[in-house]
Design a protein around this ligand. Structure first.
Ligand code: NAP
Ligand code: NAG
Ligand code: NAG
Ligand code: NAG
Length: 326
């Protein structure tokens, strides 16, 4: 019975959600970006911006004239991505900065180095993520999906909030975008067992980390609005996209995925389009607390709207990363 709840249910839920997404993608084309306003003089940070959707997002924002900071934990890959973007763009700018989201120390150091540059910050895209990693811990001892996909971004966002506030103004808010996933629909969140200590399942851990991101987005937006800050926060769902994210699927699942991916998965550029839209489209100006899928506002899971759970997760997260609850 315990085995069923711990391992089988999360897997079944994840695959059911995946199946629904594929059905949607079978019958619906990927959303086409509208013409976006130029972004000259604006600065963005994209976590995991060196490859996959993060790279496509960075590249597109730079082509609009933005200064994009690619934050990643593989220097060679990051520098190659920067080079490629620099070759393509004339007005935009790209640079790489080292950030390991699986280390709270690295997050703090990254923010220090970024602030030392004296740049403003208009867009923060929390895109980096891992999926289905065999049970592993971050440097600080957190379960990897929870620690990297969620907590690392939690600390990063909170430490950058003052810069985002200063850089926004009414009519041109700074924007925070969290890349979540449809898997959050199958996610469960147990505040007393966030690390999967009692029973670890990689499928459940991934779904939970993506649910936590949505809960956070909503709560953060409430806080920002309460202070009338010129900053908005939205979550985006890219759909199922053919990237290296699937490298840790089991071998039979990988085999089955191959033909399906060729037919039905989105390309990284298509997958990135909703995040790009949330970052740069005039249609989204001033809008916050949304869950965007295929360029449209969509309902996220019922649990994600639970305000009590949002607030409790926030308090707990502050304690885990050592932030004042203010
Ligand atoms: N692909 C899909 O179907 C799908 C569906 C829903 C949601 N998503 C979400 O979309 C986002 C982008 O994923 P993707 O599909 O583009 O996958 P990807 O190609 O695997 O990209 C993941 C990115 O995360 C970065 N990353 C991993 N560990 C990191 C760490 N410790 N510190 C900093 N960065 C780290 C990687 O950077 P390095 O190379 O520098 O390690 C990489 O750039 C993820 O949040 C994912 O959960 C994807
Ligand atoms: C296609 O998109 C429309 C509009 O978002 C949605 O109502 C419909 O359910 C989608 N089709 C499938 C098969 O999911
Ligand atoms: C796959 O698992 C390895 C650890 O076994 C991890 O380092 C890597 O980041 C994982 N890949 C993804 C895309 O999650
Ligand atoms: C994004 O998620 C982080 C947690 O990973 C959270 O701290 C932050 O409030 C969220 N921001 C937005 C805009 O969703």
């Amino acid at each position: 019975m315990r085995w069923l709840v711990c391992f089988l249910l999360p897997i079944v839920r994840l695959y059911l959600v995946g199946f629904k997404v594929l059905l949607y993608q079978l019958f619906n084309r990927s959303f086409a970006l509208p013409v976006l306003p130029r972004q000259n003089g604006r600065v963005a940070i994209v976590t995991g911006g060196a490859r996959g959707m993060g790279f496509e997002t960075s590249r597109h924002l730079a082509s609009l004239g933005m200064h994009v900071v690619i934050a990643g934990n593989e220097e060679d890959e990051g520098l190659a991505a920067v080079k490629k973007i620099q070759e393509e763009t004339d007005q935009g700018k790209a640079e790489f900065m080292y950030l390991d989201l699986a280390s709270l120390k690295s997050v703090r150091q990254f923010v220090q180095r970024f602030k030392a540059k004296g740049l403003p910050l208009h867009v923060l895209i929390n895109n980096a993520g891992v999926m289905l990693v065999p049970e592993r811990k971050t440097e600080d001892g957190f379960e990897l999906h929870f620690g990297l996909n969620y907590l690392g971004h939690f600390l990063l966002t909170n430490l950058l909030l003052d810069t985002l506030r200063k850089s926004g103004q009414s009519g041109q808010c700074s924007r925070i975008i969290n890349v979540s996933s449809a898997t959050h629909y199958g996610g469960r969140l147990d505040l007393s067992d966030l690390q999967g200590g009692s029973c670890y399942c990689a499928h459940g851990a991934y779904s939970q980390s993506k649910l936590a991101l949505v809960l956070f987005t909503y709560h953060l937006q409430e806080r920002l609005w309460a202070r009338a800050d010129p900053v908005t926060a939205n979550a985006v769902d890219p759909g199922m996209v053919d990237t290296a994210l699937y490298e840790n699927l089991s071998s039979p699942a990988k085999l089955a995925k191959k033909p399906v991916a060729r037919l039905l998965f989105r390309t990284p550029a298509e997958g990135a389009s909703t995040a790009i839209y949330a970052a740069a489209a005039s249609e989204v100006e001033g809008a916050g607390g949304l869950y965007l899928y295929n360029g449209r506002k969509t309902e996220s899971s019922v649990i994600s709207y639970d305000e009590q759970l949002q607030a409790r997760l926030w308090m707990k997260s502050c304690a885990l990363v050592g932030l004042q609850k203010a």
